[in-house]
Write a protein that binds this ligand. Structure first.
Ligand SMILES: Cc1cc2nc3c(=O)[nH]c(=O)nc-3n(C[C@H](O)[C@H](O)[C@H](O)COP(=O)(O)OP(=O)(O)OC[C@H]3O[C@@H](n4cnc5c(N)ncnc54)[C@H](O)[C@@H]3O)c2cc1C
Length: 568
């Protein structure tokens, strides 16, 4: 085989990538149609297809440039006449892709309660390109918009909310959220920045913030300690602070922009605050509840969605490559080792997609105000557990895709994968590290017995599986569920080392959630291959003592899960 033939194969791989990944997909459209009424599904269907095309045709080349080390954001603290501006300057292409992202409606939907399906779908599609410098700003803006809509006094809401809902990127204001200080990101209760009441309903905030993404935002949401309030998280207020007051920076100074492993096109800074004027979002004593219950939970949900989107892209890249790349005279997708890796990627991606979709449904209902007590409890468990599970799996699935592409997988200009890998690493830590999320779920289970709610829901879903294709997977998942819930209960009851064991149980419970949510979709006219996919996930991860090498049907199971993705 000559070099030109190899080049043609690689070109064929690139050309095989769908112009419209939404329409080329079998899974997401099925979920959209299953979850929404006809009119809403049709409208989302059209919007998703149009946005998917734009992500590939327009956002991708712009993001490739703006994430490059030569085109990263820069700090321009003064204007040409020496006036303080605290401006962050971007390559113009950054704003080019911002137009596409904002004008998809991903943020503007926040004006209507209960549009989580639309927002989750659009973010999943955007994540085909990773962070792109805009997924985080969109997420932060959705979070602040929700907090203002749900919690703020009318005059605060009316002042700050409308500019966040603008569809036009050129006119829209973007938001950021500053909680982390150098003495603690996980330990938000260690916040030392203070907010002094000014006597007119506003506060003056002074202190430093250590991780400030979207440092170019026009509105900052921040936490700060209120004088006389208790120590820890109970003493934190939650505020909105405009970037400018009377045309000048509002009492803040950007110390520097951070040079990061991933999400590089996004400006993340260290910021000093010195008497910045801020407005409380709702009662100050409820500040931490607003910051976590509305804002962080929104970010955790969308970070989980983003992780699933990066897994999707990784699978598409790798499966397409395996069809076209040849080694030893055959497409590499013929090799059982490659097929096994791809099948492992596919089950993890689809597991994550279906789990985040369940979470998205709960987000939709809670935001619309229609969720019952059980849904609220389920959400409380899943919002932390799904962010944990989806974000750590995303990195490993991107890594698998890089392995399938071989040396080419490590090359920046060859594919999007190196960028996804870096972004996925950041997704693992922001909005809550793994341990912190696991500990949060553990504490919630202790206080609220969420395990009973989860057990009831999962058992109901799994026992209702009737399709022959899903029955074995359901039986395996039910058996694992019993063991893991019992183990998790032991960990909950152990105030010493329980947390260390709980992480293992939680990981496996989330796998049951993934299997159950795929089977539930299969029951409701989801694509038939969800049966073999759920079966393979259940066997590999949940069946005690399962040894693929001793299973004569293993090859058939892998082939069934891949469902022809490697042919043609
Ligand atoms: C690129 C990037 C952008 C960011 N942007 C923002 C932003 O815009 N706004 C913002 O507020 N924050 C932001 N963050 C900060 C992020 O939220 C924090 O990094 C994160 O919450 C972890 O805090 P930390 O870095 O201080 O880690 P630490 O709290 O120091 O944790 C270090 C390690 O200790 C573990 N640990 C801590 N407590 C426990 C415990 N109780 N049990 C077991 N293990 C524990 C953690 O899991 C972690 O592995 C950003 C981070 C990154 C990487």
């Amino acid at each position: 085989m000559n070099p030109d033939a190899a080049r043609l194969d690689l070109e064929a791989w690139r050309a095989s990538f769908p112009d419209d990944p939404y329409r080329a997909d079998r899974f997401l459209p099925a979920l959209v149609h299953r979850s929404l009424d006809q009119a809403r599904a049709r409208s989302l269907d059209q919007a998703a297809s149009a946005f998917a095309r734009q992500v590939i045709a327009e956002v991708a080349p712009l993001a490739e440039r703006t994430e490059h080390r030569l085109h990263l954001p820069e700090l321009a603290r003064h204007d040409r006449f020496g006036r303080v501006t605290e401006e962050v300057r971007f390559d113009p292409d950054y704003h080019g892709s911002g137009h596409v992202v904002w004008e998809s409606g991903i943020v503007a939907h926040s004006g209507v309660p209960g549009r989580a399906f639309e927002q989750g779908t659009l973010l999943y599609l955007l994540s085909l390109e990773g962070e792109t410098g805009h997924a985080c700003p969109a997420t932060c803006t959705i979070g602040l918009a929700r907090a203002l809509r749900r919690r703020a006094e009318p005059e605060v809401r009316d002042r700050f909310l409308p500019p966040l809902l603008e569809l036009d990127y050129g006119r829209a204001e973007r938001a950021s959220q500053f909680l982390t200080e150098i003495q603690g990101g996980s330990d938000v209760g260690a916040n030392a920045a203070v907010a002094e009441p000014a006597g007119d309903g506003t506060y003056r905030v002074t202190g430093e913030k250590w991780f400030c993404s979207v440092a170019d935002a026009q509105q900052f949401l921040l936490t700060a300690r209120v004088p006389g309030a208790p120590d820890g998280t109970k003493g934190l207020g939650c505020f909105v602070m405009p970037r400018f007051l009377d045309g000048a920076p509002n009492g803040f100074r950007i110390r520097r922009l951070k040079e990061k492993l991933g999400t590089r096109g996004l400006a993340s800074a260290e910021i000093d605050l010195d008497g910045a004027v801020a407005w409380p979002i709702g009662p100050v004593e409820d500040g931490f509840k607003t910051a976590v219950g509305v804002v962080l939970n929104t970010s955790r949900w969308l970070t989980a969605v983003g992780g699933a989107g990066m897994m999707w892209r990784s699978y598409l890249e790798a499966a397409g490559f395996a069809r076209h790349r040849r080694a030893f005279g055959r497409p590499i997708g013929d090799f059982p080792l490659v097929r096994r890796t791809l099948a492992g990627m596919k089950v993890q991606w689809l597991g994550a997609l279906h789990a985040v979709w369940v979470l998205t449904g709960l987000e939709d209902a809670i935001d619309a105000g229609t969720a019952g007590d059980e849904e609220v409890a389920l959400h409380r468990f899943l919002v932390n557990a799904t962010k944990y599970e989806a974000s750590w799996r995303a990195t490993s699935v991107v890594r698998d895709a890089i392995e399938v592409l071989g040396g080419n997988g490590t090359i920046e200009e060859f594919s999007v994968l190196p960028r996804l890998y870096r972004d996925a690493m950041v997704y693992e830590s922001w909005e809550g590290t793994h341990n912190v999320l696991v500990t949060q779920v553990l504490n919630d289970c202790r206080r609220l017995d969420l395990l009973s709610v989860l057990d009831g829901w999962l058992t109901g879903v799994l026992e209702a599986v009737s399709s022959p294709a899903g029955k074995e997977a359901a039986a395996t998942a039910l058996a694992a569920l019993d063991d893991e819930i019992a183990g998790a209960r032991r960990a909950v009851g152990d105030p010493g080392y329980g947390a260390a064991h709980f992480r293992t149980h939680l990981g496996r419970i989330m796998l049951v959630v993934e299997v159950a949510s795929m089977l539930d979709s299969l029951e409701h006219d989801g694509p038939e291959e969800l049966g073999p996919v759920a079966d393979l996930l259940a066997r590999l991860e949940l069946e005690s003592g399962y040894r693929p090498e001793a299973d004569p049907a293993f090859t058939d199971r892998v082939d069934a899960a891949l469902a022809g993705d490697l042919s043609g």
